[in-house]
Design a protein around this ligand. Structure first.
Ligand code: GTP
Ligand code: MG
Length: 225
């Protein structure tokens, strides 16, 4: 649930990257952290094992657009994908405003992708939330690998419900479409927030994309967001 702080004129949104083990969730956050101007982000906090597997979560705070005097802040989290850490996933998932489901595009990972998506739906249901009510996009990651399933197969397996989700072909290790994915989920959640605030008249409607895609040259920092 978004947090509005009238004293500091901030609106906070929580976006969770969810998906099976080793699908590339932490890699997404690492890329975003690397490309956003340090003035507009905090540190990337990663609680990981020695082998770089997420143990608890990763956390990255981002400052984005100013909406009629309110600074919009996005808090990005990843869950640990390993099956045994379900209690932690439930905790991280609590009160999230948006979701990026990261799937591993390799053929042999399809069952794990499906299991993880089911696990996401189940964990939301436990919190009395329907997946269709949460702004959510699909990320088909690792498109650079040779053994990936074609896009239409991924869509058939993971995006075959009544309400189709926006989906992106991503290579998070090089950053391809990482910001496109984040921008898409941010836009959906800002739009939802804007509609709700029209009803309650509680806050001004947000209008802009929160994060600018960075330039293609790795050395250059992106423009302030
Ligand atoms: N080839 C390729 N490798 C990737 C890509 N994205 C991530 N990886 C690699 O996949 C491995 C796992 O990535 P992580 O980001 O740690 O995966 P995770 O989803 O956070 O894993 P857990 O924390 O265990 O849930 C790492 O070796 C990454 O470098 C990609 O787009 N292409
Ligand atoms: Mg991780």
């Amino acid at each position: 649930m978004s947090i509005i702080n009238y004293a500091s004129r901030e609106i906070q949104f929580k976006i969770v990257y969810y998906g099976p083990a080793l699908c590339g969730k932490t890699t997404n956050l690492a890329y975003i952290h690397q490309r956003v101007n340090p003035q507009n982000r905090g540190d990337l906090v990663s609680l990981a094992t020695a082998a770089d597997r997420t143990l608890f979560f990763d956390f990255l705070p981002l400052n984005a657009v100013v909406i009629k005097g309110f600074v919009t802040k996005f808090q990005l989290y990843t869950v640990p994908g390993q099956v045994i850490y379900n209690a932690t996933r439930q905790l991280v998932l609590r009160s999230c405003d948006g979701l990026v489901f990261v799937a591993d595009s390799q053929w042999e990972k399809m069952e794990e992708n499906v299991e993880s998506f089911k696990n996401l739906v189940d964990n939301l249901v436990r919190q009395n939330v329907a997946i269709d009510d949460v702004p959510c996009v699909l990320e088909y990651n690792k498109r650079d690998l040779p053994n990936v399933a074609p896009l239409n197969y991924m869509e058939y397996v993971l995006n075959n419900r009544k309400k189709r989700l926006q989906s992106f072909e991503v290579i998070s290790s090089t950053g391809q479409n990482v910001f496109a994915t984040l921008n898409a989920v941010s836009q959906i959640l800002l739009h939802k927030f804007s509609k709700q605030s029209e009803v309650t008249q509680a806050t001004p409607p947000p209008v802009a994309i929160p994060v600018e895609p960075p330039t293609r040259t790795p050395e250059k920092r992106s423009a302030p967001v």
